[in-house]
Design a protein around this ligand. Structure first.
Ligand code: TXE
Length: 480
């Protein structure tokens, strides 16, 4: 039985009250470990450690800080196989996907922000002959980073790296559903020479330790990625505390496929955007709008690919689709498929749980599912399902496509598939999302602002947006 510990003050420690949660492997449905269910007392321990570490960390020369972050990146890369397997076991994603995407990106996150240490600058404003102003961008102090289960180490490090690069000490909490790689990050940071207390990793449920992190008066900023409902609860909790808050929430992302697209390439990419990571990425496409002249042909091409995508044991090197992250989430996604049927949807392919043989007989596997014939206002077109489920609708012109795409409470990421340059620029301006990909998906430059609007969140991560979030700006005006 794999019993995890918190990582506080540079060492692994049991939760003070010895409370634990079961850690279940989605591929088998079996408990394979125990995760600390930490609470306020554990947060207190972590904050004290961070408080002690803060002066030395903030005073450290930038080059030295950067060297440590680069060393963490190298530590992650050196443990690629171990981390990828751990991620796959915890999340249910194919180990090949963790190896190709999740773990390399975790290393890239640290490399990118190690470099940002020395690139992040601030402005000055001259009032010629009278005064000069200069802006200081100083570390906030102790910050909280709370991350979800879909891209565990990828999103955990996407918050921790800039927070550290900006000179903060961090209290970080991974999802209790996928704690393993976060636990392994502790020893990697220790080996890289990160001073003790600079990064503290706490495990447990949102209601206990998550809430305690948000409430602690010495934790001055919270960076959160997770569900919209949880984001709203955290925002309500934090409002009277006047803490900085970054919310990366859910999405219900439209794909607009025009008749002039590169057909075969677009089928491949829209299919990947729909079902990668079992559809459990906030950036996944879930509402596919197809221009009517190619609707039937494009629909059939997607259906054929979905029929060929068979969920397999994620530990198998050939697995292209793994398990859904938990029984609770599997039931949530299945409930939406039932809802779609009651709303008049037609299941073109999939729609059912898959029972594999052998060790995965009790795992959480679901067929990739494609639904048509649902109106845009159907709940399955308005609510985030966050699984391998997409809906198809036809449109006749650009205005109709835009109206359908923008008819959503979310606003995270749209994809646009066309070779018409004017259309691409015009619709990109008009789409109500924080991200627009044209003839591509998940092509990422870490310098770019990352995030969404409306129910998809508040604020942006990435590049200097992240460095600014994790610092306080101060204007100094000197009269002469
Ligand atoms: O996320 P939660 P869950 C969506 C997806 C999913 C839904 C819920 O639709 O079905 O969110 O997923 C911590 N104070 N996304 O339950 O609850 C929690 O412990 C402080 C989209 O996994 O939002 C975990 O570490 N922390 C998302 C983290 O918040 C709290 C990716 C996320 O948990 C807390 C994942 C509280 N009150 C799910 N309650 C994306 N945008 O990528 C929970 N937490």
């Amino acid at each position: 039985m794999d019993i995890l510990q918190n990582f506080i003050d540079g060492r692994y420690q049991d939760p003070i009250h010895k409370n634990y949660l079961d850690n279940i492997e989605p591929a088998t449905g079996l408990v394979y470990g125990k995760t600390p269910n930490s609470c306020q007392d554990d947060v207190e321990l972590a904050v004290n450690a961070a408080q002690k570490a803060l002066p030395q960390w903030q005073a450290m020369p930038l080059e030295q800080r950067a060297d440590i972050l680069y060393a963490i990146a190298q530590g992650i890369e050196s443990k690629l196989d171990e981390l990828a397997l751990a991620e796959s076991v915890d999340n249910g994603k194919p180990v090949s996907l963790a190896k190709a995407v999740d773990i390399p990106r975790a290393a890239s996150n640290f490399k990118f922000f190690a470099h940002a240490c020395s690139q992040f600058a601030s402005e000055s404003h001259s009032m010629t002959g009278t005064a000069t102003n200069y802006t200081l961008r100083q570390a906030i102090g102790i910050v909280g980073c709370i991350s979800p289960w879909n891209l565990p180490l990828y999103l955990f490090t996407w918050k921790i790296a800039p927070a550290l690069a900006a000179g903060n000490c961090v209290i970080a909490k991974p999802s209790e559903v996928t704690p393993k790689t976060a636990a392994l990050l502790g020893e990697i940071c220790q080996a890289a020479g990160l001073p003790k207390g600079v990064l503290n990793i706490l495990h447990g449920s949102g209601a206990s330790v998550g809430s305690a992190i948000c409430n602690h008066k010495k934790i001055k900023a919270i960076s959160f990625t997770g569900g919209t409902a949880t984001g709203a609860a955290i925002a309500t909790q934090l409002a009277p505390q006047f803490k900085k808050l970054s919310l990366e929430l859910g999405g219900k992302n439209p794909a607009l496929v025009f008749a002039d697209c590169d057909f075969d390439d677009t089928v491949e990419q829209v299919f990947r955007a729909s079902f990668a990571n079992q559809g459990q990425i906030c950036l996944c496409a879930s509402r596919i709008y197809i221009e009517r002249p190619i609707f039937e042909k494009f629909k059939q091409a997607l259906v054929v690919k979905a029929q060929a995508l068979i969920p397999q044991d994620p530990a198998s090197p050939s697995s292209k689709m793994g398990a859904i992250v938990s029984k609770v989430h599997l039931d949530k996604v299945l409930s939406y498929i039932e809802l779609a049927k009651s709303e008049g949807g037609k299941i073109l392919v999939g729609g059912a749980q898959v029972n594999l043989a052998g060790r995965c007989a009790n795992g959480y596997f679901l067929q990739p599912t494609i639904i048509e014939n649902l109106p845009n206002q159907a709940q399955c077109n308005q609510q985030e399902i966050f699984g391998p489920v997409i809906t198809l609708q036809a449109f006749d012109n650009d205005e109709e496509a835009l109206t359908l795409a923008n008819d959503s409470q979310y606003g995270l990421a749209a994809t646009l598939w066309t070779n018409n340059l004017a259309r691409a620029h015009k619709l990109s301006e008009q789409l109500n999302t924080g991200i627009v990909w044209v003839n591509c998906w998940l092509l990422r430059d870490l310098r770019t602002p990352f995030g969404g609007m409306n129910h998809s969140g508040v604020g942006r991560e990435g590049g200097f947006e992240a460095m600014r979030f994790f610092t306080e700006s101060k204007n100094v005006c000197i009269k002469y």
